[in-house]
Design a binder for this molecule. Structure first.
Ligand SMILES: Nc1ncnc2c1ncn2[C@@H]1O[C@H](COP(=O)(O)OP(=O)(O)OP(=O)(O)O)[C@@H](O)[C@H]1O
Ligand SMILES: [Mg+2]
Length: 465
């Protein structure tokens, strides 16, 4: 007997009943919903092991439901039923990270198999949410050890924590660890990305709404605070939250009560709030993007994750740990990095930080034809010449042995130019070359498409995942 509970979502009574009967006969526990919205309400109350959903439905269709599930419930397995031959729907399913999709007309045996696969995929998917690979915080350098120590100190409390660091430095890893190491670990961890939600929907996402609160609010709906009751709520990219919403959030943090949009009454909430941003929060306050009072309220404890270029000594440990995960994921056995690769990695600026490292290694693991990652497994721009170099001191250029003279020259020129605020005449003077020579060199670099050196300090190139 298979006791997994499946939520079947279809607006057509006959289809819904037919599917429910089939699944019950296969030993599943079945719940049903008429459309995406009703499904979400059921999911919020008590998530099943998997969702089987049709696409075309009134109010909220299957793809919107899928998107919402991924945003709120992470890896919950979803199997989508698509119309016959609908390529667009299939592509959308993949883009929105459905676990699988099945075309109409549905054949019983095929559905049984696919559903079983999707349901059995759950432990792996679940571990991502509840303590699997993504939870290990790798790196043993003094910088990482300090963070680990701070993490252990603050995790058991209910204090708000502000997590900062460039993109890809592990802010979400830290947030999930804070939850997992806290007494709230058995309750829900909810993450909401303020940069990914349209402004008009943000308040309803966070605080929920009553039926008819605004045009399109056809039903009442719980917000993130309610979903995270007794658990942890991560407000990601907090700097992207509109100022009026920030004001409301501050009140919630102070009063520990929320009011759904369109509601007259307030509900008490017990939620630990974490906030993350890849911007400098003090700077965001200075330019009026982040309310100062909210900043103080969130900043009870501050965890800052350094960019990877500031702890390159962690590269072997990070690469080792990431390779282990990736091996598992792709069923490979790549053991480590060839010495040249590690040397090359140590000279890279890693603007996308650990995420960039992970992506480079994932590519390598997939194409690897040897037990060690070799130079040929790296993306083309990891060729020796175009190496953007880490810079430690603002007024100097670091040139490790192994750099070509031409490359060292380019770095010095670009750095000098940056220091002279792009004033070519003054830069040429400092470099002791003629303006004409400088201009020619710049043209040459442009033609070669050589990357400019990393910005002086503070700002990072954001790398999309
Ligand atoms: N110290 C670490 N140990 C293990 N994995 C890490 C570490 N730091 C980052 N990662 C991995 O790097 C990737 C990016 O991490 P994460 O999503 O936490 O970054 P982020 O700081 O939230 O980035 P963004 O600002 O772009 O949202 C993930 O795959 C994560 O598992
Ligand atoms: Mg993040």
């Amino acid at each position: 007997m298979n006791a997994a509970r499946i939520l079947v979502v279809d607006d057509e009574l006959h289809e819904r009943q037919g599917l429910a009967e089939l699944l019950t006969a296969w030993g599943y526990q079945v719940e049903t919903a008429n459309d995406g919205l009703q499904a979400l309400q059921k999911l919020n109350q008590d998530p099943p092991q998997a969702v089987l959903t049709d696409i075309r439905m009134p109010r909220m269709d299957g793809l919107e439901l899928l998107a919402d599930i991924r945003r709120r419930l992470g890896a919950l397995p979803v199997l989508v039923i698509t119309g016959q031959g609908s390529k667009e729907a299939a592509i959308e399913c993949l883009r929105l990270r459905a676990n699988d999709f099945i075309e109409k007309p549905i054949r019983g045996e095929e559905l049984r198999q696919r559903l079983a696969d999707v349901v059995s995929a759950q432990p792996a998917a679940d571990s991502r949410l509840a303590g699997g690979e993504e939870f290990e915080f790798l790196g043993g350098s003094p910088l990482m050890e300090t963070i680990r120590h701070e993490l252990q100190q603050v995790a058991p409390t209910s204090a708000s924590v502000l997590i900062t660091g460039e993109s890809g430095t592990g802010k979400e890893v830290i947030a999930r660890l804070l939850h997992r190491l806290s007494p709230r670990r058995e309750r829900t961890f909810v993450a909401i990305n303020c940069a990914a939600i349209p402004e008009s929907l943000m308040e309803s996402e966070i605080f929920g709404h009553e039926k008819g609160a605004f045009t399109g609010a056809q039903d009442r709906r719980a917000g993130c605070f309610e979903l995270a009751e007794n658990g942890t709520l991560l407000l990601d990219e907090i700097g992207e939250m509109p100022l009026p919403t920030q004001a409301k959030l501050l009140r919630v943090l102070e009063d520990r009560r929320i009011r759904r949009l369109g509601s007259k009454s307030e509900l008490p909430v017990n939620v630990r709030v974490l906030a993350a941003t890849n911007k400098d929060p003090a700077q965001a306050v200075a330019v009026g993007q982040l309310r100062q009072d909210l900043y103080y309220r969130l900043n009870v404890f501050h965890l800052h994750l350094p960019p990877l270029r500031a702890h390159l000594e962690d590269l072997p440990a990070l690469a080792g740990g990431l390779l282990q995960r990736l091996n598992q994921r792709h069923q490979r056995q790549v053991e480590g990095l060839a010495p040249e690769v590690l040397a090359r990695f140590s000279r890279h600026a890693w603007p996308g930080n650990v995420r960039e490292l992970r992506n480079v290694l994932e590519r390598a693991v997939i194409i690897a034809d040897s037990p060690m990652v070799q130079m040929r497994h790296l993306p083309a721009d990891f060729g020796a010449a175009a190496a953007p170099l880490p810079e430690d001191e603002p007024g100097s250029v670091r040139v490790p042995v192994g750099t070509t003279v031409a490359e060292a020259e380019r770095l010095l020129i670009m750095k000098t130019l940056a220091r002279e605020n792009n004033n070519k005449t003054r830069a040429a003077e400092k470099l002791g070359i003629s303006l004409k020579t400088l201009q020619n060199k710049l043209k040459e670099y442009q033609a070669r498409g050589a990357a400019p050196p990393p910005a002086a300090s503070g700002n990072s190139a954001a790398l999309a995942p």
